[in-house]
Design a protein around this ligand. Structure first.
Ligand SMILES: Cc1cc2nc3c(=O)[nH]c(=O)nc-3n(C[C@H](O)[C@H](O)[C@H](O)COP(=O)(O)OP(=O)(O)OC[C@H]3O[C@@H](n4cnc5c(N)ncnc54)[C@H](O)[C@@H]3O)c2cc1C
Length: 398
């Protein structure tokens, strides 16, 4: 949808220099962190030249890496991950220049969903293989089913409960995706199998890791080693609902962690209290959002809960372009506190999740939520906002 990729670059090294006097060195790869001598071994990737750079304070923000399955044929041409701007551009170039007819996406998370949308818009025949019973498995299965329906409605062939086993290749190029149940001929494969923290460098240096191999940090973004900080996808954060350290790879979280780390490294004081697990995505005209805990997480934590699930409309029913919206809430028995929420629906549905995320941060109970002074006018909402209707349904069960 964005024709000029330059528009996606938030800041160039020149802007960093001019506006903030920051020396941003691209094409420089840190190969080793020497904690004893407080220095980094840095390789210039274009010339191969290696130097040692000293530091006093170090922020590790190496992000995450896409999971590449270890299956036969994985190194064939035509198999793409989309984890960097360049990798996205590579896919676009292939679609423009080679005009592939068929694509298979492996994985039904938000990257799989968004790539399905992009390729459907470019008129490819798209199949999506997902090993779970539902796409978007950060939603409960009943809400995930709505997303699966949305995918199929826009023409995506969906293969659930199927696992990738291999890629068939010819002359070094991918020809087909092989699952445990079928062979899907294809011209193009997109990997959307999730990410893991990119922490090999930190681990080799002896910086302690925590949950899912992410770097252990406290609320100030300090690691356990004096003067070494970590933030973003490579670091742990605290999950306020689970009351445990957690790993989540989202830009919204990375930015906040980075800000806190920066303030502290600069001699100020800031803390990042944690996350509630809010995320939003879409497939064509269906929006998908979630926050807090889903049913299986609540069950794993041993909490007792009720759900309130409703179908309503995004605007007043009579208003033009009013669409369906499904809201599901989870609340704890006894205390009545909100535990999580999920929304699937047409335009205007997804950002309602922010009300639920705020309610989670404020530890609101459903009793408090049914009287929230949420806005109403026909272009935006029915008189009773769908969130309040869902809260009322759950309150009755409580
Ligand atoms: C296709 C896609 C869509 C996304 N959409 C959303 C979205 O809509 N909303 C959302 O909240 N999040 C989204 N995300 C996630 C978001 O992009 C990440 O959470 C965020 O970029 C993490 O920021 P970061 O700074 O921790 O890591 P990154 O942005 O990954 O930056 C890490 C940087 O470190 C560099 N690096 C790594 N190792 C070294 C080394 N040894 N030496 C030097 N440099 C190194 C990498 O090259 C990279 O530039 C999306 C991600 C993808 C891939």
């Amino acid at each position: 949808m964005v024709d000029d990729a330059e528009k996606l670059i938030a800041r160039t090294p020149e802007t960093f220099k001019e506006k903030q006097n920051i020396d941003a060195r691209i094409l420089h790869e840190v190969r080793e962190i020497d904690l004893k001598q407080r220095r980094l071994r840095v390789k210039k990737t274009d010339t191969g030249q290696t130097t040692w750079e000293p530091f006093e304070q170090l922020l590790v923000s190496t992000g995450s890496i896409s999971i590449r399955p270890d299956v036969p044929g994985i190194d064939a041409k035509g198999i793409y991950g989309v984890n960097t701007l360049q990798s996205g551009l590579n896919v676009r170039r292939v679609v423009d220049e080679q005009q592939p007819q068929k694509a298979v996406i492996i994985g039904g998370g938000y990257i799989g969903l968004e790539m399905a949308e992009a390729l459907i818009m470019r008129k490819l025949e798209v199949s999506l293989v997902e090993r779970s019973e539902q796409v978007m498995n950060t939603l409960d299965s009943d809400m995930g089913e709505l997303v699966s329906e949305a995918l199929m409605k826009v023409g995506v062939k969906l293969y659930r409960n199927e696992s990738l086993t291999a890629f068939e290749t010819d002359n070094g190029s991918v020809q087909a995706v092989v699952t445990d149940q079928r062979t899907l001929p294809t011209d193009l494969v997109i990997l959307g199998m999730g990410v893991q923290p990119n922490t090999g460098l930190a681990q080799d240096a002896g910086i302690p890791l925590g949950v899912k191999g992410a770097i252990k940090v406290n609320d100030l973004m300090q690691t356990e080693i004096e003067g070494i900080w970590a933030a973003g996808d490579c670091a742990e954060c605290y999950h306020l609902m689970r009351r445990q350290p957690f790993h989540i790879a989202l830009g919204t979280v990375a930015n906040k962690m980075g800000r806190v780390a920066g303030i502290n490294i600069g001699g100020g004081y800031a803390t990042f209290p944690g996350i509630v697990g809010t995320a939003v995505s879409k497939i064509c005209d269906v929006e998908v959002a979630r926050t807090g805990l889903q049913e299986k997480e609540v069950q794993d934590l041993g909490l007792q809960y009720v759900t309130g699930k409703i179908e309503s409309s995004t605007r007043a029913g009579y208003y033009p372009d009013s669409g369906r919206i499904h809201v599901k809430l989870l609340a704890e028995k006894g205390t009545g506190r909100l535990l999580g929420g999920q929304i699937v629906g047409k335009e205007g549905a997804a950002k309602r999740i922010d009300v639920l995320a705020t309610a989670l941060h404020a530890e609101l109970t459903l009793d408090a939520m049914i009287n929230l002074d949420l806005s109403y006018a026909p272009p935006y909402s029915p008189v009773w906002d769908p969130i309040i209707i869902a809260a009322r349904v759950a309150v009755k069960k409580l």
